[in-house]
Design a protein around this ligand. Structure first.
Ligand code: NAD
Length: 318
């Protein structure tokens, strides 16, 4: 089996590629290695993947139409589109990257799948599509037409375009709404990384909405298990699933767990809710359990120490 993974140098793409390679699946990895965060971290992830002879990397930007001409002779069984401009807050500063990488890029991947007659496309959506919805937990049946950031709007657009392509051209399409993913090799722009780094360096951490935030933090291994469930899922129509831990944590408890594991106290800067941010996320995973066999197991008390151990090793802190 050969799977094409876009965003392979990214946090989730790296872990997914690693897990697929372990199962003897051939992986074609694509990434443009952009500098949204430390490129060195992306290169180090790729170094790990390149140790496996079944991994083939291509530095390609999915926004570019010439992508459609690549891999002409290669048989690809499934495409997993994870490449995107991530980050909710950054979408207020740099809106065009979200339209280009997320919407145009996703359209190119759909065209690629259509042209090459590939049977299945799995793609990353996000819990942010639920916007400020008050009904909890968030269910895939809820309305999601009131996004509060351009990032969320770009992900919702991908879902709509995928629905249309899947119907028109008859390939299987699965959209996965990820809920705050964390773990080793995680993203430097996300809370787990920033809090750990700043607490170690005795710098202040910004705590938005004065700490009154709740997040369904989902450990990376659980997310990978869910994506792999989507690879084997035989449902034909375009379907969307939540991949979340089904356990909404108080932000203050999350910070406390980091503090306890570091043996250090955080200096907190309590600030109002940021534009684009939502106060709470919580995933209803009934259909993901049923169709993808998704079963998240990792509590933050288990996942955070694993992240901290990786962080210290990676940055030679002990
Ligand atoms: N990490 C999370 O908590 C989370 C939550 C919800 C959704 N998601 C989505 O999951 C996917 C993976 O997220 P991640 O956390 O691994 O992010 P990431 O930024 O670590 O990975 C994305 C990768 O895509 C690459 N990329 C960006 N634009 C590209 C383009 N135009 N062409 C080719 N490559 C490009 C980047 O260089 C990066 O390596 C993204 O679509 C993201 O929006 C992530």
């Amino acid at each position: 089996m050969t799977i094409l993974v876009t965003g392979a140098a990214g946090f989730i793409g790296f872990h997914l590629s690693k897990s697929l390679l372990k199962k003897n699946i051939q992986v074609i990895g694509i990434d443009n290695l952009n500098s949204y965060y430390d490129v060195n971290l992306k290169k180090k992830r790729l170094q790990q993947l390149k140790k496996n002879k079944n991994f083939f990397f291509h530095k390609i930007d999915i926004q570019e139409k010439k992508l459609l001409n690549y891999f002409k002779k290669k048989k690809i069984d499934c495409v997993i589109n994870l490449a995107a401009q991530a980050g909710v807050r950054h979408s207020l500063k740099d809106p065009y990257t979200y339209i280009n990488s997320n919407i145009l890029g996703h359209l190119n991947m759909l065209e690629f799948v259509k042209k090459k007659k590939i049977k299945k496309l799995i793609y990353a959506s996000s819990s942010s599509v639920y916007g400020g919805n008050k009904k909890l937990p968030f269910s895939v049946e809820d309305r999601v037409d009131q996004p509060v950031s351009l990032y969320a709007a770009s992900k919702k657009s991908c879902e709509l375009i995928s629905e249309c392509y899947s119907k028109l051209f008859g390939f299987q399409c699965i959209g996965l709404r990820f809920f705050t993913v964390y773990g080793p090799w995680g993203r430097p722009d996300m809370a787990t990384f920033i809090f750990t780094k700043n607490i170690i360096n005795k710098k202040k951490i910004k705590v938005f909405n004065f700490g009154k935030m709740k997040r369904d933090f989902t450990y990376i291994d659980d997310i990978i298990q869910g994506i792999e469930g989507a690879i084997t899922c035989s449902k034909k129509a375009h379907t969307i699933y939540n991949l979340g831990n089904n356990n909404s944590e108080n932000l203050m408890d999350f910070i406390k767990t980091i503090e306890e594991n570091l043996g250090l106290k955080a200096k907190k800067d309590l600030l109002p809710l940021q534009p684009g941010d939502v106060p709470e996320t919580f995933a209803n995973i009934k259909t993901s359990k049923r169709d993808l066999n998704f079963s998240p197991k990792t509590k933050i008390s288990v996942g955070i120490p694993k992240f901290i151990q990786w962080f210290k090793e990676f940055y030679n802190l002990e």
